[in-house]
Ligand binder design. Structure first.
Ligand code: PHE
Length: 462
């Protein structure tokens, strides 16, 4: 099986596909609203800490597992730790992938509706209140968003079925540079608006009075989500890496590109929002209500610019989302294809069908099914909370323990050093972080959220 497996043709392909997985709605949609709700720069600092201490080492660990085994994520644990419960970490990843893909495709579908609207110049002349009402009308509609979600999943399906080299690698090589160019243009446009410096202040000047346990959990979850970590997406991609790929360098490149795009997205959204007096804590609707309004108001006398700015932005969002849904889809497709011996096409059909089914509920939970609540959350929010704030960090914690404590250090060393062909490495630091810093850090953030420290503090002050 190992020799028949097609992989990425080049090192650049490996970096761009992994960066494509990482850069997505997480950067452009989720990061700004989490930052806005958690007080700006202080949140970003904690987020950066999570990227360095959890993100990069756990990404390297996923790369080690994937490239060493050349297997889908569940198969990889079975191969490295046969007959042990470690295989459940792989299954947890596949399950997490299904859940994320289902609600992620709903939002990805919205970007298609907005491209459609931008193309037809539907934003022109609308007021802030009209943007708000048309967004909630649209997301509560029982048909349109469901249809777009299905279209998005079919697009993803098409590329995944084309295969790793001709589908995933080729599309990433076109889409990632295009995305970067669009982001840079938009940042310049946004920074040139009146009053944009208030947005910059919000992004750059930390206000620590807003930091509480939720901010830590939010920043950690966002770091895992944004880097596509904790569920085997990058482990699956690494199984297609060539033996020459430098895992440390690739992990640093992907983390840098991902963080850069998130900050640049902040530089597009906050200066633009402040320039027209919109509050940054608008939540999940920031890029769908605030921004189209901004596009209208910002270029008052120049409707052509409003048109182009809006269209470019939603095309960017759709491209970023597509390179991520591909990686989510691939986790489950590779798993079904390799573990159950069915063709890639059949496996992909199964994944697409299940996600359409779950996605329908996620979409309807924002409209006619909004009364269906589990733990006080609708299905959409439940999927987001459970995956981002629980399943991904738990997955990440197990991955760091697996590579730090369970795996043979010689195997890990040989993957990180490409069997001795590389010279400089941070191998000892890497293992130390995996053994102690990452698992203990993640556990402390969970305990903090559960209120344990507050209880201890109270007990001590009594
Ligand atoms: N990292 C992607 C984003 O930021 C989302 C994602 C999460 C993709 C987990 C794959 C796995 O949009």
């Amino acid at each position: 099986m190992k020799n028949e497996r097609i992989g990425f043709g080049s090192k650049l392909g490996a970096v761009l596909a992994s960066a494509g997985s990482a850069v997505g709605l997480g950067n452009v949609w989720r990061f700004p609203y989490e930052t806005g709700q958690h007080g700006g720069a202080a949140f970003i600092l904690i987020y950066l800490g999570c990227i360095i201490f959890f993100g990069v080492p756990i990404m390297m660990s996923e790369f080690v597992i994937g490239r060493n085994t050349h297997c889908n994520t569940a198969g990889a644990y079975k191969k490295l730790a046969p007959g042990t419960p470690w295989k459940w970490v792989g299954f947890l990843g596949v399950l997490t992938g299904f859940l994320i893909l289902s609600y992620y495709s709903v939002v990805a579908g919205w970007t298609l509706e907005y491209i459609f609207e931008a193309l037809g110049n539907a934003f022109s002349g609308k007021t802030a209140a009209q943007f708000e009402s048309s967004f909630s009308e649209f997301t509560q509609d029982p048909f349109r968003p469901v249809l777009w979600m299905i279209v998005f999943l079919l697009l993803t399906h098409y590329i995944v079925v084309k295969g790793v080299d001709k589908g995933i690698e080729r599309s990433s090589k076109i889409m990632m540079p295009l995305l970067f160019v669009i982001v840079i243009i938009l940042v310049f446009c946004s920074l040139s608006l009146d009053n944009s410096e208030k947005g910059l202040d919000f992004l750059l000047k930390p206000d620590f009075s807003k930091v509480n346990s939720d901010v830590f959990l939010g920043a950690m979850g966002q770091a895992f989500f944004s880097l596509s970590l904790g569920m085997g997406a990058l482990c699956t991609y690494a199984s297609y890496f060539t033996p020459e790929t430098n895992l440390t360098k690739t992990a640093f490149s992907v983390a840098t590109i991902d963080t850069l795009v998130a900050i640049l997205a902040g530089l597009i959204i906050f200066p633009a929002a402040f320039s027209v007096g919109i509050e940054p804590d608008k939540g999940a609707s920031l890029v769908f209500i605030t921004l189209p309004n901004v596009f209208q108001q910002a270029f008052h006398g120049l409707p052509v610019l409003s048109y182009i700015f809006a269209l470019m932005f939603y095309v960017l969002l759709a491209i970023a989302a597509l390179t991520s849904t591909i990686s989510l889809h691939e986790v489950a497709t590779a798993y079904l294809h390799e573990e159950f011996g069915i063709t890639r096409k059949k496996a992909a059909c199964m994944v697409t069908s299940v996600c359409i089914f779950l996605g329908i509920f996620c979409s309807l939970s924002l409209g006619i099914m909004h009364n269906v609540k589990v733990f006080g959350l609708n299905i959409f929010d439940l999927f987001d909370y459970a995956t981002t704030k629980i399943m991904l960090p738990v997955g990440g914690m197990f991955i760091s323990i697996f590579v730090g404590w369970y795996l043979d250090k010689k195997l890990v060393w040989s993957e990180i050093m490409n069997e001795g062909h590389l010279h400089r490495s941070f191998f000892k630091v890497f293992i130390f972080i995996l053994r102690f810093v990452a698992p203990i850090g993640i556990a402390l953030i969970f305990l903090n959220e559960l209120g344990l420290f507050k209880i201890i503090e109270k007990a001590l002050t009594k």
